[in-house]
Each structure stands twice: as C-alpha cells, then as structure tokens.
Design a protein around this ligand. Structure first.
Ligand code: GDP
Ligand code: IMO
Ligand code: MG
Length: 427
C-alpha cells in the first residue's frame, strides 16, 4: 500500500515539482493537497518546461490519475489557463479530477490580499497576493464558495450575492475602494464552471479505491514546513498546512494510509517574502548561489533570499512531519564552492540552543552556529550513482542526514527529470 507524501521541508521552492514529476513515472495517482496558485512547481521533462501552479505535477505521466484535492484553494482563471496551456502542448488532461469540496478563490480574495498587505506597511508578510490567506480565512469562517457550488448556478448566485454584499461593505468602508459587481463575477465564474465541470467530482472514493488496490499513490505538497501556520515562522507563513498531516486532510485519506513521507530539502536554504531566516547570507556567496541557481520566485519573480543549510530547522521539519526519507535537491549548485557551512545550533541571548524557537522574535535574534565542511569543486550533474559522488560531497550529504536524523533517499543534481541519484527506492 505505497502512499508516498512529497513534502517541502524548508520555506518552499525546494524542488517538489521535479521530485513528483520523477516519481510519477511509477505512480498511478498524484494528489495535490494544499495551497493554491501561490505554488509554482517547475518541471523540465520531454514535454518542455512548465511552472505548474494548480495541476498536479504527475500530469505528464500517461498512466497517472491526477487529483486536485479538497485542501486546495482554486483560482479558476489560473486553472483554466493552465489546462489550456497543457492541452496546447499535447499534454493529456483527461485524467485530471478536481474535488468538488475544494474552495474557490474569488476576485475579492485577491483584491483583499493586496489591500491587507499594504495596510501592514513595514510588517507586510510578503504574500504572493494571490488571495490565498483571504480564501482560507473564508473557508474557516464558513464564508467560502466551493468549486462544486458552480454546478448549481441558481444556488451559486444566491450565495455569491449575500457574500458579496458583506465583502463589498469591507472593500468600500474599511479600505475605501470601489465595490465589485455581482453580475460580472457571476457571469465570469459561470463560464469557468462550464469549462471545469467535466473535471469536478467527488474524489475521496477514487483515492481510496486506488489505495485499496495497492497502487502507488503520491501526495504532492505545496509550500514548505517552515511556512506552516502552526509550525512555521508565524505570522510570516502561508494559510494552509504543507505538512504530511495536511496531506491526509487535504486529500481525504486516513493518516494510517500514508506509508512513507519524503521531505524535500534544498542543499542550502532559500526564502521568498518576509520573516526570519537564521542562515540568510548577504554576501558574494549568496549572490553566487542566486545567480547560478537563478533563485527568483517562480510565481512573483522576486529574488529569493539565500543562505547555508539550516540543520536545526531541518531536524524540526523532520520531526513534525515524520519524514522517512530526504530528497536533497539543487546539489549541483554547490559544486563550485571551496567550502560549505551547515548550521548545527543557534546562539540565542548568549545561550546555545538546538531547537527551532516557536516565537518569531526569538528566532529573529538567533545567530547560526556553523560547522564547516570541504567543498568538492567537481561537476556532479552527470553523476547517477551515490558511490560516484566525490568523497566531500558524500560527506556533506551524510552529515546532513545525521543532523536531521533522516536517511537520504534521493539527490537531485540538475533540474531535469533524469538528473537524479536514487539512493533508495521511493515505492
Ligand atoms: P517547488 O515549488 O518545490 O516545486 O520548487 P520550484 O520549482 O519553485 O523551484 C525549484 C527550482 O529548482 C526550479 O527552478 C527547478 O527547476 C530547480 N531544480 C530542482 N532540482 C534541481 C537540481 O537538482 N539542480 C538544479 N540546478 N535545479 C534544480
Ligand atoms: P511552492 O509550492 C515559496 C510564501 C510567500 C510568503 C508566504 C505567504 O512553490 O513551494 P501566501 O501567498 O501563501 O499568503 O504567502 O508564503 N509562499 C511561498 N514561498 N514557495 C511557495 O510555494 C510559496 N507559497 C507561499 O512568499 O512569504
Ligand atoms: Mg515553487
């Protein structure tokens, strides 16, 4: 019963898309379970290069059923565009399914995301401004509209009209902007609904059936553990859980059905948006990493903050997810560096600590304690066997595995599907 969850272990953009695209070759189903179009999952395979936002990264594997789970919030405009683009490139989307329980991102969500960010001034979260926070807020507040609601136009109009009255009051009276038009939103969303109807269905039974048949299933995470509202650097987080636990909830399967949990870590750290990042560098090494790896946001184009691998945060991620294996990505980016550092502890107010503080102000004051390791200064992009990696490269990986308390299952040595070293079988 192999259900493998692929989870971001840092601040997102770890390379989950690449890992899922690779493993999907052996999977019968891929379920995306959280986030929305704040995600950007880059895939480079024989179909070309894509930055998927909502469609599961398994869509390129012919035999794989893809599901956008109930835990995802969907901007239908983005989804329609994404499906169109895939179709134009001869990618078969007939195996795509959308949970009728997934919530919709409405035009007022995106608008409010931007307005709320501006009102935060210097304390802005640096959101992707895709309406993610406001949509998940409405879900919890029981003010949401679900994609299945588009199937009944009369009921949809009724609900939209009462919700919009409330949203327009906030837009006009709190933020002083123009109200949104009921008719425009209604017409637009009915069109999206018509386009998406063939994909919308109840999905939990499909997933259960696949698992009962012992078929390999992947759960595709979005964002990363350190952006989780509970365990991330709150309030500088996203609004749904990127954790393996979120996978159970956002796909609609029992936690006991997940058989292994793959934590995806970059070989160093990056972060987009605001909030503490203890190992952040602002020197020629971070500039070198950013340019070599083109560390700019997939969704927003913002430069990503770069720094050394943080094993304190990494161990914490392993704990709260229960990772059974680690995928280390972007390993080749370190190929040119003469020496590498790993953060093994923090100094906080004169004390050495080995845990990831829950309070963001404490984390902000943490100074990394580094261990230095030699670089390998040899290209690794063509290596496919762990044993063929240069000794210092293996030493770096082994040390990370030891510090995060999790074996390395996969090493990525380039962005393409084939540029991967499989240390242990995923299924
Ligand atoms: P995701 O959001 O976790 O799917 O990650 P993103 O796609 O946002 O960012 C990861 C970036 O790293 C993408 O540009 C990938 O093409 C790239 N990538 C993934 N694995 C590797 C790797 O091993 N080496 C290099 N050089 N790039 C990689
Ligand atoms: P993938 O799936 C990196 C970050 C934003 C911001 C914070 C809150 O590609 O790894 P939000 O729009 O979610 O309210 O923004 O979370 N963020 C991501 N950073 N990768 C992502 O997704 C992200 N999704 C959200 O930059 O700091
Ligand atoms: Mg990304």
């Amino acid at each position: 019963m192999p259900v493998v969850a692929v989870i971001g272990a840092q601040w997102g953009d770890e390379g989950k898309g690449k890992v899922v695209d690779l493993l999907a070759g052996k999977a019968k189903m891929v379920v995306r379970f959280s986030g929305g179009d704040n995600a950007g999952h880059t895939i480079i395979n024989p179909f070309g290069k894509y930055a998927l936002r909502l469609v599961p990264s398994g869509i390129f594997s012919k035999q794989t059923v893809c599901i956008i789970g109930n835990g995802v919030v969907i901007n239908p405009e983005v989804l329609v565009e994404e499906i169109d683009l895939l179709k134009q490139n001869n990618v078969d989307t007939s195996m795509l399914n959308i949970s009728d329980r997934a919530h919709l991102i409405m035009p007022y969500h995106t608008l409010l995301d931007g307005l709320e960010e501006e009102s935060r001034g210097g304390k802005a979260i640096g959101t992707t401004r895709r309406g993610i926070g406001p949509a998940f807020t409405d879900k919890t507040a029981r003010l949401g509209i679900r994609i299945g609601d588009l199937l009944d136009k009369v009921a949809f109009k009724e609900r939209l009209s009462s919700l919009l009255e409330y949203k327009n009051a906030i837009l006009t009276r709190v933020f002083g902007v123009e109200p949104l038009s009921l008719d425009e939103i209604y017409q637009q969303y009915c069109q999206y609904g018509e386009f998406l109807t063939p994909y919308i269905r109840e999905t939990t039974a499909m997933i259960e059936e696949m698992i009962d048949r012992q078929e390999p299933v992947l759960l595709e995470g979005a964002q990363g553990t350190l952006l989780d509202p509970d365990f991330g650097t709150y309030p500088y987080t996203t609004s749904s859980s990127p954790l393996a636990g979120g996978g159970s909830l956002g796909a609609g399967i029992g936690p006991n059905r997940i058989s292994s949990i793959l934590g995806v870590y970059k070989a160093y750290c990056t972060r987009v948006g605001t909030g503490p990042m203890p190992t952040e560098l602002n020197d020629e090494i971070s500039d070198q990493i950013r340019e070599r790896a083109h560390e700019y946001g997939t969704v927003t184009g913002r430069p990503r903050r770069c720094g050394w691998f943080d094993a304190v945060a990494g161990r914490f991620s392993k704990r709260v997810n229960g990772f059974t294996g680690a995928a280390i990505t972007r390993f080749d980016i370190l190929d040119t560096l003469p020496a590498l550092k790993i953060c093994v502890a923090y100094r906080l107010d004169g004390r050495t600590i080995d845990y990831f503080p829950g309070n963001v102000n404490d984390l902000e004051r943490c100074e990394p304690v580094y261990e230095e390791l030699p670089g390998w200064q040899t290209p690794t992009t063509d290596i496919r066997e762990y044993e063929q990696l240069p000794e210092p490269a293996r030493q770096y990986l082994d040390r990370i595995a030891e510090l995060i308390n999790c074996p390395v299952s996969l090493v990525c040595v380039g962005p393409e599907r084939s540029q991967t070293i499989q240390v242990r079988p995923a299924f």
